[in-house]
Design a protein around this ligand. Sequence first.
Ligand code: ASP
Length: 344
Amino acid sequence: MNSKPKILIIYTGGTIGMIENPETKGLQPFDFTHLIDNVPKIKMLDYEIGNIQFEPPIDSANMSPQHWCNIAKAIEDNIDVYDGFVVLHGTDTMAYTASALSFMLENLQKPVIITGSQLPIGEVRTDGEENLITALQIAAATDINGEPMVQEVAILFENHLWRGNRSSKMSANNFDAFKSHNYPALAKIGLDIEFNEDALFRTNTKRPLQVHYNMDTNVLFVEIFPGISDSTLRHMLSTPGVKGIVLKTYGAGNAPSNDVFTHTIAEAVERGIVIVNVTQCVNGAVDSSLYDTGSTLSRSGVISGHDLTSEAAITKLMHLFGMGLPASSVKKYMEYSICGEATI
Ligand code: ASP
């Protein structure tokens, strides 16, 4: 006899569970009971649902690596008890959390579905109810062998399921707020949930979940723009303690090729800083052989981030340095896809 699917909801906060503060009129996170009371349809699913709530629930603008560890710990503690996990999270930093968790949860073989909403669950036109119900159904979905259909960290929003470490928040207003520009949807949500089985990630190991809690935050984004001054660039690259930099460049990975710029970058690489080149474009990849302005960077020792999202690039650096790896190994793994985050 099949038992009911067991799903753990980890409620971190975000708009989905917010209510209006009567004094300031601003939205602030509220508790889980309020959230679930607004979704009576959950009972129709006939699942066993457990829950863990962040105390207090937070706006995801306040998310930090310590919070990622709390989510990872909740999953680790319950990995054998539940069939799947639904993380309710604010949309603002959802793609960072999804990327970070994908690196932290090594050998994950169960679904971790992150969702939230643009309108609070208590609002008449909320998208939260549908997102929560669909996320639960995806977390409970199995294939013909009874194995979890999704065995990775994914973001469910409106009509699509996206790989977590390939996703970015695209809209502050639309219900269809997330997209993965360099990887197909893992599932399309319509009348049915249509999984794209070829796109789903599978580990080639049966080893148990191993959680990597250390995230080294000595990392930085440096986004170039026409007119960026030499002194600004030098200052950023000389930030005390910095070990890894995600350099956000133009197009296929191009940056100014003048001597001062090139020298400043090369000098930072010589000091042992790992600099990863990602494009400012939402779609496409770094190809440093295409233009002189790109190959100058790679000759200076900057490594290619290929088609990594910024969110995946920065959290991957945090993870690799957090593992205590030397710069040479960090560089090697940055050019290797650990859990489907890049097309290499
Ligand atoms: N500021 C909110 C958050 O990220 C926005 C949202 O949830 O959509 O927590």
